[in-house]
Design a protein around this ligand. Sequence first.
Ligand SMILES: [Zn+2]
Length: 387
Amino acid sequence: REEALAAFRCYWARSSVVPQATAIAPPGRRGTSLSLLPFSPYGRPPDDRSRGRQETKLEQDQLSNFITYSEPDLTRSATLSVISAPNEFDVMFILEVPRIELVEYSNSGAYYFVKFKRNPKENPLNRFVENELLSASKMLLKFREIIKEEIKNITDIKVVMERKKPRSPAVTLLIKEPEEISVDIILALELRSSWPLKTTEGLPIKDWLGGKVRTELRRKPFYLIPKNAKEGQSFQEETWRLSFSHIEKDILNNHGDSKKCCETDGMKCCRKDCLKLMKYLLEQLKKKFEKRKELSEFCSYHVKTAFFHLCVKYPKDSYWNPEDIHLCFDECVAFFLERLRKEELQHFFIPGVNLFSQEYIDTKSKIFLAKQIEYERNNQFPIFSEF
Ligand SMILES: [Zn+2]
């Protein structure tokens, strides 16, 4: 067992291709993100922003200490990115896998089997190959085991691993003290080849960010994460799913039709604030109805995808004037409602995939969410001051 572990680690170390951990400063705390708006739309008192920043810094330091501590070899290949909630972090552990071939799973566009083109004996991943396929479930299991071992060595911070959630590609760690932080660690295979055929018509940003930017983005590597595809009532355990989270991050950071939007010497827009509010709306609704099953399948990725489509629909920075944030946000809400009613939310990178199709989410759930959002919209979002 020790030997296997060492081999795995060694492979990690050799295959690390991202030279250093990139930490993106988390957005302010939830209250802060709302108070960043030019007006206080939903009666929230503005937070002390400098305090928010200090805490943010603290979280970041804790996290990077923790990662360095837990596995110095892995740190080099870790890319740290932060999602909407300030106490939730996504960390990708990137493993470069050369000479592989993707076999699309059941015309899904998003799910693939991974095959090695040549499979030399010394390939350290051989032990995860089953019937010629790189087994996603086996690798994820091993990944969990390694992390489990590693956190035993951490004595100065209280860290626990959450139980495995079915279908989740992430290993979730909870740092309990001094403040609860949840860290999703996601194993990702990096492919430095051209993107799969099904993405050819995706990323429709020509009129928004420009054709040149699109070409540059499509030259970047893409990723696969261990995620089971649905197979009737059960799941296909060996599939990997495409991930473009690095591109999404790029687009969000560089989101203007003018190059300088939201930079220190440029104009400010309200795109990011609108996205934050949309995510917050869904999070709050999920909290409110957590005991029911209707909202369980909805996630921030749906909100983000709809938001990207809206950015394409309204590509000009002038549309997203911070003074009009209430109008822009309302447009986001209206657009999301329309997607729910039409049961149509095209994947931003894989246009053949409809994230709101029956296959993923049943009609009843979509109607339920639409009804709740409509209620909030008609009553000036009472849910923003709940919980
Ligand atoms: Zn902007």
